[in-house]
Write a protein that binds this ligand. Structure first.
Ligand code: FEO
Ligand code: CA
Ligand code: CA
Ligand code: CA
Length: 640
């Protein structure tokens, strides 16, 4: 989400200047692997066109021919591949006893929505089946539902507004767990399923870690500050080595009505005076009126751990990993056996974080690691202009994070992680989105765009964020010193995205690949392919720097060669987000989010003509977010 809401994604107004205010063009591009600390690649302008030419190059990883940019209202994949849709918004998830099918006029009740797939699918992960030994033809899919478009969610959109609509919208948020199986080449839900589950904006949860019970988390309904209700704006996600799912709360502040004069803390988190942009929950659910319940916003912005194998488990908001407009949470295991979680905060001029667990991962699944993410050190990244960087610990009593500076304890440091990062001098980034790791240990982070970079009164370009008016975004990568839990790193840019301005070179200075913009989703598959998904905003798509790029797309990159090829294009008005695959790599699942999105992100149900009717293509229907299943016709690994 966060398209035209973008104007609110700039609450980092701290006067602390970036210490990296030097743009160093010589550091801007490295492609081709290697761990050189200095300059190993130089910019070379792309002499290409909108469709690029990546397919001409050979890559041991990438065996398909690029698809061209597209403006068709469909999902296009390379020759030799097929797609099917699965689990669109409104499909019953398979709870026992429920029967209500999706109604194409959106007349399902709130209670029915509570048993159906939510809206706006996002982060997703395939988990091996709890019982079956075969792991690639059956399993669980766990996925996020980032937000709700109330125009599409209700038959008459927002023409009327009442408590039932608020309840339905809350039920369309959160997470779904579904059981899926491959029946003769076609994937379907298993219904009913004992693992089927909906987690919504109202599901009872717990807090874990140093923030649990903190005064800033206590409310009238939860005087102890330990039992938050629900999760929302669940964007990216992660999976732990012990089999739990991490769902990330992103733009939570947009749901809250703010006071006439927000406090410094509220302002730093983007809470503004008056009604929230886009949501009207506070009119019928007082919890979302921060003028009455000022601590309720503090109970969002967390990474939430869910055990999909136990449908009765309580999701836990892990405060030790810090509060942020969390995009995703990607878990690595250090050589010493600790969990290292990389997290981006998607907002203009916000930060990249890393959490290192105190204890080692234990064998024995979720039960054996039930509090692993409650103890550890949270760090924020500082990218220095010399190609090195530091992970700065958010530790109470250390450096500037003192009582005198307004941090009573570690809980307050974590709840106010933005303010703590400001004081530590962390690097303010161009909207950090997803993070993943290649087979050489490089950690990649998409920086989707930041048109405010270099604008009047805003931060200038720096070494890590080198372009003013960065409308097309870039991908940065780093390698931690020694191991994932190292406190220093080396970094470079994998790609500065764009069309005519795409600037990318391999080790020999050659440019190759297909142009794209606004990288967002990022996922490394079992073969080492780096999948890049784009989220050009609907209001900007097809204009300016994005004019030749068609619809949002998914590309496959070979991290070693730098070859980037367009693998898929999506339907009109969508973004591509979330990627996962069966263990054999022969079935890939991705999500198509908000097909047919209007520039306002709120659709008019009476609109005479929609830009998209995907995937149903029914004149009486509505565009629906859905999972797409991708298979290679010869049964081979996806991308090969
Ligand atoms: Fe929900 Fe940053 O995308
Ligand atoms: Ca989105
Ligand atoms: Ca995203
Ligand atoms: Ca995005």
């Amino acid at each position: 989400m966060a398209k035209d809401f973008d104007r609110m994604e700039d609450s980092n107004r701290s006067s602390n200047p970036s210490i990296h205010d030097v743009s160093n063009p010589a550091r801007r591009v490295l492609i081709g692997g290697g761990l050189a600390a200095g300059v190993t690649g130089l910019l070379a302008p792309l002499a290409g066109c909108a469709t690029g030419g990546g397919a001409a190059d050979s890559s041991p990883l990438l065996g398909f021919k690029s698809v061209p940019v597209s403006t068709a209202d469909t999902v296009l994949v390379p020759d030799g591949y097929s797609v099917q849709t699965l689990a669109a918004w409104g499909e019953p998830v398979g709870l026992s006893g429920e029967t209500a099918a999706f109604k194409f006029d959106a007349s399902n009740s709130a209670a029915e929505q509570e048993a159906q797939m939510g809206m706006h699918h996002d982060g997703i992960h395939f988990l091996k089946h709890p019982l079956m030994p075969e792991t690639s033809n059956a399993g669980l899919l766990v996925m996020n539902h980032e937000y709700a478009d109330d125009g599409l969610l209700h038959s008459d959109g927002m023409a009327t507004w009442n408590a039932g609509k608020v309840r339905k919208a809350q039920a369309a948020h959160g997470v779904s767990v579904i059981e899926v199986e491959n029946k003769g080449g076609r994937w379907d839900l298993v219904r009913p399923s004992p693992w089927a589950r909906r987690i919504t904006a109202s599901t009872p949860m717990a807090f874990g870690g140093p923030g649990a019970g903190h005064a800033l988390l206590r409310t009238a309904a939860d005087a102890r500050g330990v039992r938050p209700l629900g999760t929302l704006n669940n964007c990216g996600s992660g999976i732990t080595p012990w089999g739990t799912y991490l769902t990330c709360e992103e733009n939570f502040i947009f749901y809250f009505k703010g006071p006439d004069t927000p406090s410094a803390h509220e302002a730093r988190w983007g809470l503004r005076k008056g009604d929230p942009v886009g949501y009207r929950w506070h009119e019928h659910d007082e919890r979302f009126d921060a003028t009455k319940h000022p601590n309720e916003p503090n109970r969002f912005g967390w990474v939430v751990e869910i055990d999909p194998y136990n449908p009765n488990s309580t999701p836990v908001k892990r405060t030790a990993m810090g509060r942020a407009a969390h995009e995703g949470a990607t878990v690595a295991t250090s050589k010493g056996g600790r969990a290292v979680v990389y997290m981006g905060e998607d907002a203009r001029f916000e930060y990249i974080y890393k959490f290192v667990s105190r204890d080692r991962i234990q064998p024995g699944g979720a039960a054996a690691n039930a509090t692993l993410l409650d103890h550890g050190t949270l760090y924020v990244a500082r990218f220095d202009a010399d190609g090195k960087g530091r992970w700065l610990a958010l530790a109470h009593g250390s450096g500037p994070l003192t009582v005198a500076a307004g941090f009573a304890d570690q809980g307050e440091v974590l709840i106010k992680a933005r303010q703590a990062s400001d004081l530590l001098g962390a690097t303010k980034m161009d909207r950090p989105e997803w993070i993943d790791i290649d087979r050489q240990g490089w950690v990649y982070c998409t920086l989707t765009n930041n048109s405010n970079r270099g604008a009047a009164g805003q931060l200038a370009p720096d070494a890590a964020n080198p372009r003013a008016n960065n409308t097309t975004g870039h991908i940065i990568r780093w390698k931690d010193d020694g191991d994932f839990d190292g406190t220093g790193f080396q970094w470079n840019h994998f790609v500065l995205a764009g069309d005519a301005t795409l600037e990318r070179a391999d080790a020999k200075g050659n440019v190759k690949g297909d142009p794209f913009a606004c990288p967002d989703g990022l996922w490394t598959d079992a073969r080492g392919v780096l999948w890049i998904q784009t989220d050009m905003s609907t209001s900007a798509m097809g204009k300016g720097d994005l004019k030749n790029l068609g619809h949002n797309q998914m590309l496959a990159a070979d991290p070693k060669s730098g070859d980037i090829r367009r693998f898929l294009t999506g339907p009109a008005g969508c973004e591509i987000t979330g990627a996962t695959a069966t263990p054999d790599g022969r079935t890939m699942f991705i999500n198509i989010q908000h097909p047919g999105e209007s520039p306002s992100e709120r659709s008019d149900p009476a609109a005479p003509r929609r830009v998209s009717n995907w995937p149903d293509q029914r004149a009486d229907g509505r565009p629906r977010s859905a999972t797409v299943v991708i298979r290679k016709n010869d049964g081979g690994p996806i991308g090969s």
